[in-house]
Design a protein around this ligand. Structure first.
Ligand SMILES: [Zn+2]
Length: 211
């Protein structure tokens, strides 16, 4: 346990150092100010965001590795969803295997957007990878049968959950950021693969777990 924590801690520091360089690079300004930044999770506490962040137009840049699709869309402006863009995002978040689309919870889109917009402030402009969005009950059942972590009453089946990843951003940092929005459930799935693990985010009750 100690070793794992140690490992996690050192990757966090590495991640923070990585962000740090990008931040200094992107901002190209006052490095002494950047040097005062604490490592995550303090660095990623979204509660410090001001109202300007939440009222400006929202663009989402999503990629679906499973199908190779990518969409970068302005989907929300002046307090309203832009219907055509919303439909397109729902299509991207569909059940790729079951070939079914669901009206996704706009609150979930807000979490995805806020996450992306927040890390963009640190010079991270990679698209957000959607590993799973809507799931038909059949697809969800198949995952359980295959031993993939999936809840029997998964919010994926209601269009209220997504499994996501941002390249080169540690799951701990990504999940910590999403938790700080206090908008629903967050599952941390650590995996020692080349691409790392993923974060489950949903619009259900506020809770978090490791899977
Ligand atoms: Zn999930």
């Amino acid at each position: 346990m100690n070793t794992r924590r140690q490992l996690l801690k050192s990757s966090l520091i590495l991640t923070a150092a990585g962000l740090f360089r990008q931040n200094v690079f992107a901002a190209g300004t006052d490095s002494s100010k950047s040097a005062q930044l604490e490592p995550p999770p303090d660095l990623f506490d979204s509660q410090a965001l001001d109202i300007d962040f939440w009222v400006k137009p929202r663009t989402l840049d999503l990629v679906r590795p499973q199908s190779g699709e990518r969409s970068k869309l302005l989907y929300w402006k002046d307090g309203d969803l832009i219907d055509s863009a919303y439909q397109e995002l729902c299509h991207l978040l569909r059940d790729v295997n079951g070939k079914k689309t669901m009206a996704m919870d706009p609150k979930l889109l807000e979490t995805l957007w806020a996450t992306q917009a927040y890390v963009a402030r640190f010079g991270m402009n990679r698209p957000l990878e959607i590993l799973s969005g809507y799931r038909t009950p059949e697809s969800n059942r198949r995952l359980i049968e295959q031993g993939v972590p999936a809840a029997r009453k998964s919010l994926h089946m209601d269009g209220r959950a997504a499994d996501i990843r941002i390249a080169q951003l540690h799951e701990e940092v990504l999940g910590g950021l999403i938790s700080s929005f206090r908008q629903g459930g967050v599952g941390f799935y650590y995996r020692a693969t080349a691409n790392g693990g993923w974060i489950h985010t949903d619009t259900g009750l506020q809770r978090s777990w490791k899977g």
